[in-house]
Design a protein around this ligand. Sequence first.
Ligand SMILES: [Zn+2]
Ligand SMILES: [Zn+2]
Length: 250
Amino acid sequence: MKLIVLGSGTGVPSLERNAPGYYLQVLDRECLVDCGSGTLLQLERMGRSCQHIDAVFITHTHPDHIGDLIPLIHALKVIPGFRREKVLSLFGPPGFKQFFDNYIATVASLPKHFGVEIQEVDRVFEYAGVHCQCVPTVHSESLHSVAYRFEVGGRTVVLSGDCDYDEGIIQHSSQADLLVLDCSFINAHKYPGHCSAGECGRIAAKAGVKRLLLTHLYPVHGAEDSRLGEARAEYGGDVRLAEDLMEIEV
Ligand SMILES: [Zn+2]
Ligand SMILES: [Zn+2]
């Protein structure tokens, strides 16, 4: 699998860190996990195109995670000389279908020459030969949120979406080769619904993951070294801060 960080940031506009979005190539499929505003431009910066995206896995419907969904569907209809025929698969947590019908489909107007398939995810599902799992995360009282786990060929990637510390995300991440984890704040700025850096380290240690990538980084002056230090105080493995356009082979 190949992971590219398209957005290591949040809903706070930033020239350094785009809103959340990840490109995941798995087997012959090109996927996005979350699709915040700017995701399509970040794909272009990587020399890739939204034309080829097969599936989008949405962790939850907060605006910073879905801002480019309407532009994605629109782009697939209007790129000159391009006629998409393959289905676009969209996965999301409970409530996603209603959200799509109410807010996305009404603005994007659905294409006639390719299908858009919406699937609300349950605990375990298959996508194109990839074993996928999701688990609810502790994040918001007003909507559902999930973390995803993708397994293929003995390799495992987990992307948490937005989450607070809990046993569910620890078990979900067990022995993963790569855990991409919400690290919104340093310990002193802990905010409910998001992990602090120390909590990220503790989750990685308890889950026994091989690599930890800290992401969803709120712009807090001077916090970047603190984040790494606080995570490393809890977790002795390989831990890094996500950067936009970073590529990781798993
Ligand atoms: Zn977020
Ligand atoms: Zn959120």
